[in-house]
Write a protein that binds this ligand. Structure first.
Ligand SMILES: Cc1cc2nc3c(=O)[nH]c(=O)nc-3n(C[C@H](O)[C@H](O)[C@H](O)COP(=O)(O)OP(=O)(O)OC[C@H]3O[C@@H](n4cnc5c(N)ncnc54)[C@H](O)[C@@H]3O)c2cc1C
Length: 327
């Protein structure tokens, strides 16, 4: 590991000043960043510890929730308000990593965690995300777990977070503080598609710090579910996942939210599937049509074509579960 400074600011303004310095990286629980430092994939000059800042979950005036970026993943999943109002968020978090890692991992770090593409983690491999212009060994290599939607010829990596899939379905927003002040960003679109610049992963500007996640009031999110498909039953990243919430009015779908995980460089909000379902019948036929509408754009690689059918079946199963649960 390369030597680095450790800074422990007492508040957000001090953190932003330290975080804006050249070579600085924010440090949450360290469960991702420290791994990358061990592998010398990340070589910050300084780490700015932020896990003790913004550590609370508060009720918002509109009935939503405001989760501080320093809140631990375990605390969100255990929060009664989250479990009752946004069950798929608690399920998504609990499906990820291990109890010990969730005890350390923060909301901000979970959102900003890096891809698990093996070539990104291997300093001897070609990776445009690590070294722009180097090429992408995943395209012709081991890519069974890689993207089927929104990828480019420069990068086929996926975003690894489970939590962010539920946040995308919910339409959560992020509060960020930086040298230029505070701003609000929707989580949908916050993670960029790779295009020609896969090393630029989010809309955060240099030095900007995520300070909170706002969950909007969404009463029908009580009827929500997160389903994750993976190679092992625990302690494994998603091959594919679905987060969905459904509002039923008799046999019709009044509203619906859907996002996929494990299919793209970002949590994939399934707007085409939502549009196909909204104000229509809650039937298996409609679920099939919605899945087909979303997955028509899928462009699998040599070894991950199975993900298209897996996404299709998992979405149909989750929609059927929600239609049954609320019906
Ligand atoms: C063995 C293993 C299995 C795992 N399995 C899963 C899984 O199945 N599902 C899943 O979703 N995750 C999984 N994870 C990943 C885990 O969820 C992340 O490592 C964790 O959420 C990162 O949070 P952290 O606070 O430790 O981040 P850190 O490691 O501290 O930081 C990660 C990144 O976020 C940046 N950062 C941190 N806080 C902020 C902030 N407030 N604002 C801006 N930038 C910030 C850091 O600079 C760094 O780039 C696994 C991890 C391991 C090691």
């Amino acid at each position: 590991m390369t030597p680095f400074r450790y800074e422990a600011p007492l508040d957000t303004p001090a953190a932003v000043i330290l975080g804006a310095a050249r070579g600085a990286k924010y440090l949450g629980g360290g469960t991702n960043l420290v791994d990358l430092m061990h592998e010398t994939i990340a070589r910050p000059d300084s780490t700015v510890a932020v896990s003790r800042l913004a550590g609370e979950i508060a009720d918002a005036d509109d009935g939503g929730l405001i989760i501080g970026a320093g809140v631990k993943n375990t605390a969100i999943a255990a929060d009664r308000r989250v479990r009752e109002r946004f069950p798929f968020l608690a399920q998504a978090i609990l499906s990820g990593a291990s109890g010990q890692i969730r005890n350390m991992a923060t909301v901000g770090g979970n959102i900003m965690q890096r891809t698990r593409c093996v070539y990104f983690f291997d300093g001897g491999a070609s990776c445009n995300k690590r070294a722009p212009g180097a090429g992408c060994d995943a395209i012709g290599g081991l890519h069974r777990n890689h993207a089927i939607l929104g990828a480019s010829t420069a990068c086929v990596a996926t975003h690894p977070s489970d939590m962010c899939v539920a946040l995308a379905a919910l339409g959560a927003t992020l509060t960020v503080h930086g040298p230029g002040g505070a701003r609000t960003l929707p989580i949908v679109g916050f993670h960029r598609l790779p295009g020609e610049t896969p090393h630029i992963e989010t809309l955060l500007q240099p030095g900007e710090l995520i300070t909170a996640v706002r969950l909007p009031k969404l009463p029908f999110a009580k009827n929500s579910a997160y389903r994750k498909v993976r190679d092992r039953a625990s302690y494994a990243f998603a091959l594919l996942s679905v987060a969905a919430a459904m509002e039923l009015d008799g046999g019709r779908i009044a509203d619906v939210r859907i996002a996929f995980g494990g299919v793209a460089h970002r949590p994939w909000r399934a707007l085409k599937a939502e549009a196909a379902l909204r104000d229509g019948p809650a039937t298996e036929e409609a679920f099939h049509a919605a899945a087909a509408a979303e997955l028509a754009d899928a462009r699998p690689l040599r070894d991950n074509g199975f993900k298209v059918e897996l996404a299709n079946r998992t979405l149909i199963a989750v929609l059927g579960q929600l239609a049954g649960a609320a019906g």
